[in-house]
Design a protein around this ligand. Structure first.
Ligand code: AMP
Length: 590
């Protein structure tokens, strides 16, 4: 069977993926990197540099380096690299050839065919130039597909019913939002909006300006006029910006950044997420206006959207997620790495063309939001029960996030950290998963003393919560073994209660005498089957009122559970019961 790889040929970064054993996977380079910076250069000796090495020399040798060539695709121009001229197709072909070689090394066989993605707004000339670049790189380009289409495919490879997805793609230099409709394998971009000059690079620039401004005030030196210091600082602010996606505060430390009168100058600058968010909010508001415009162009409303998908590195910014949720009244999905989503989707398209089976991407995520209870406005009134999310639902594991909270009175010596899981603004309606008290706070501190709360959720679902008094470093920790499981157990209990409320009390429990009359379970299997019977009864009662799709799923589980010809282990019976319980709960909840 033909292998058709999928390629995301991006403005800032590119990636290549393939479907293997039904699973889309990214093919990494020799050092394990999944992403190739879309930068090409020549070193001092005229040797070709592609990717990170070219990117490293970009600031010091711009005349020998080409970045963001995607912006020029389809134009009748050339770019200079060293002493030669290159067309945009030729530069893109160098990137594509590097990806092809990377894939061949990872797969151990030649790669000849590819699906390549382009922005939805690319015109015919730009698409043709992309195809040409692929062919120059030695690839047969079997299809060019839109980036939002690829992203949708990776989330919904087999959608039978009509679904509308909003794909919000915020990268390093560009932003676009598209509304994509999928129906029985036919995917259509209904509308697209965006800004080809808006992205993470602008956020870096805003941060750089702020840091340089403070430095100028303190040291009287303008760092932006010093190319080496500027380029070091630009990398440092980008790294700090990325840290702020998970940390509430971060510190920028750059030693020996510059000199004055022969004496070295060091930079130390603390950045808080909320201050960074204030800086970038106007730019993000612009993206939200584009979201509205895309909806209007497709003559749709927020409630017509079935799923919001995040694509592009900058969409990891928590404020992006918050603003979208506020605007569209549903949380966005980012469980599939936003940097790799488009390449993975292109691989899914390639596999579908090649006639391969494709499953969904397997990712381990937090099914519910984790956070703490704090003082704040709840339904217009100040309440001590406001739920403050720290790790939002759908976050891939492992996840680390922190937030800053403040003491509420002068001389407060302790802070209660009460951890909850759920989606309700009122913590009391969520599931408590643990609590502890940070004691011994500085008694001289006035109200507003900062307490940093960090959540660390590892791959095994173990949550470590740390609370730190920022001024003194006083710290207290709590480890919660399995918050996710605790939540599922509560769901089940609630599901049972709800079903009871809907269908009236369950069959009267046999009296103790009757219990004694029941044949005692003889084996663990029998006991498990007996326990399953009640659930089977409930499922049967609910069957007539559910959708065809849910009915098929319930019937599938019932057939397995009911079939006494096939011996099931206790674990298998319990596994089927648990699936059935979850399904019934969600049907009740819907
Ligand atoms: P892309 O063009 O999709 O590769 O996105 C690259 C942009 O995403 C750059 O501006 C990165 O600094 C930014 N980026 C990557 N990771 C994160 C993160 N965790 N939080 C915020 N921005 C990020």
């Amino acid at each position: 069977m033909d292998v058709i790889v999928g390629i995301d040929l991006g403005t800032t970064n590119s990636a290549i993926a393939v479907v293997r054993d039904g699973q889309p996977i990214v093919l990494r380079d020799e050092s394990g990197q999944p992403i190739l910076p879309s930068v090409v250069g020549l070193d001092y000796d005229g040797q070709l540099l592609v990717g990170q090495r070219a990117r490293n020399q970009a600031i010091l040798a711009p005349e020998r380096t080409v970045k963001s060539i995607k912006r020029k695709m389809g134009q009748d121009v050339t770019v200079t690299m060293g002493d030669r001229q290159y067309t945009p197709q030729e530069i893109s072909a160098i990137i594509l050839r590097t990806l092809k070689q990377q894939a061949e090394r990872a797969l151990g066989h030649p790669v000849q065919k590819a699906v390549i993605t382009v922005p939805a707004f690319f015109n015919d000339m730009q698409r043709e130039a992309t195809r040409e670049a692929g062919e120059l790189a030695g690839l047969e380009v079997v299809r060019i597909i839109n980036e939002p289409t690829a992203a949708s495919l990776v989330y919904e490879p087999h959608s039978e019913r009509q679904e509308r997805l909003l794909v919000y793609d915020l990268g390093g230099g560009t932003f676009d939002v598209s509304i994509v409709q999928i129906e029985r394998g036919v995917i259509e971009v209904l509308s697209s909006h965006g800004d080809t000059q808006l992205g993470g690079d602008d956020f870096d620039q805003l941060l750089l300006d702020r840091v340089c401004h403070t430095f100028q005030e303190q040291q009287g030196l303008e760092l932006r006029d010093l190319p080496r210091a500027r380029s070091r600082l630009l990398q440092a602010v980008e790294a700090a910006k990325i840290r702020l996606s998970s940390e509430a505060v971060t510190e920028l430390i750059e030693e020996f950044l510059a000199e004055r009168d022969g004496a070295p100058l060091h930079l130390r600058h603390e950045l808080a997420r909320h201050a960074y968010e204030d800086l970038i909010r106007p730019l993000l508001d612009k993206t939200i206006r584009s979201v509205d415009a895309a909806l209007a162009d497709a003559t749709l409303h927020a409630q017509d959207i079935d799923k919001i998908i995040l694509v592009g590195g900058s969409s990891r910014t928590p404020l992006v997620q918050q603003l979208l949720e506020q605007q569209l009244a549903q949380p966005p999905h980012f469980e599939i790495d936003p940097d790799l989503c488009v390449a993975l989707g292109a691989a899914v398209q390639g596999a579908l063309i090649a006639g391969q089976d494709v499953g969904s991407v397997l990712v381990d995520i937090t099914p519910h939001t984790l956070g703490i209870e704090c003082l704040g406005p709840l339904r217009g009134m100040l309440s001590p029960h406001l739920f403050s999310p720290i790790i939002p639902r759908n976050t891939p594991l492992p996840a680390t996030r922190s937030e800053i909270y403040h003491t509420v009175v002068d001389g407060q010596t302790a802070a209660n950290i009460h951890v909850f899981q759920g989606e309700d603004q009122d913590a009391r309606h969520n599931q408590p998963v643990g609590k502890f008290t940070l004691e011994g706070l500085n008694r001289k501190a006035v109200e507003g003393n900062e307490i940093l709360v960090r959540f660390d959720l590892n791959l095994d679902g173990i949550l470590t919560v740390a609370a730190v008094e920022r001024a003194t470093g006083l710290e207290q920790r709590l480890t919660i073994e399995n918050p996710i499981q605790a939540f599922r157990a509560k769901n089940r209990a609630e599901a049972k209660a709800k079903l009871a409320a809907m269908f009236g009390p369950e069959q009267p429990l046999p009296s103790s005498a009757a219990v004694a009359d029941l044949p005692a379970p003889t084996t663990a299997q029998d006991a498990a089957r007996q326990a399953a019977q009640q659930l089977i009864g409930k499922a049967r009662r609910i069957l007539p009122s559910v959708s065809a799709e849910d009915r098929t799923e319930i019937e599938r589980l019932l057939t397995h559970l009911d079939d006494t010809r096939v011996p099931l282990s206790v674990e298998e019976i319990q596994g089927l019961c648990s699936q059935l319980e979850d399904l019934l709960f969600y049907l009740e909840d819907a």
